[in-house]
Design a protein around this ligand. Sequence first.
Ligand code: FE
Ligand code: FE
Ligand code: ZN
Length: 279
Amino acid sequence: MPIGNHLSASKGFAAMGRAAVALGADTFAFFTRNPRGGAVKKMDPADAGKLLDLAGEQHFGKLVAHAPYTMNLCAAKEDVRRFSLEVIVDDLKRMEYLPGNYYNFHPGSHVGQGEEAGIALIAEALNKALTKEQTTTVLLETMAGKGSEVGRTFEELRAILDAVELKEKVGVCFDTCHVWDGGYDIAGRLDEVLEEFDRVIGLDRLRAVHFNDSMNVCGARKDRHARIGEGCIGAEALRRVAVHPLLSGRPFILETPNDDEGYRREIALFREWTKACGT
Ligand code: FE
Ligand code: FE
Ligand code: ZN
């Protein structure tokens, strides 16, 4: 099963591919541009081509790009919404240099407009940004529900997906820390949570997993990631997520506070857990 972590995009695509291999990974995540701004590097098609070659040779799973945090498709301010739409449109064009991968984003924060208004604005923006021609699948990330974040509940994500016209271009990224913080007890009731996801959204829409422990208790809505086994979800519960047959085959991305050595260890642990189940 593909496992990897978030890598720095500063040295380019091929360098990220080499860094992933050095960590024992066979997928990775990266920010498409400055996560706290919006500045973007010029696209280097040759560099993207080198990553595609390496990913082919090394049998990588799908990559999971991450939109910048400053992108808020349901912002209250019109200029922020306009900026956010420009970002996603441009990012999706750039993603076509790495065809067939995933582009994950935080649905947004409604900043006082209410969930329904937020959901409508997000879907409206997606209907402007998505194209029939794109090969990228756009993933809505499950959110912890801090502040006015939209996408904490499976129902909110479903409502967005329902309002998107090009349904085959969208899916969901299941972040274990966020789902837990959002009130879904994946440590005590994993089967029930996945059943609920299936009933409300459909597990065929669950395309990638952000694999994190949480510094806080279930339902805390805080969104502070912990290293695997060092948080409130715990190693045994996260092992059950890793080997769960309903999640098999999806790329798992670590977003844990680690240095390279720590990521290497977590990747090896994940491989140890999953090798027995043959996924
Ligand atoms: Fe995220
Ligand atoms: Fe995440
Ligand atoms: Zn988070």
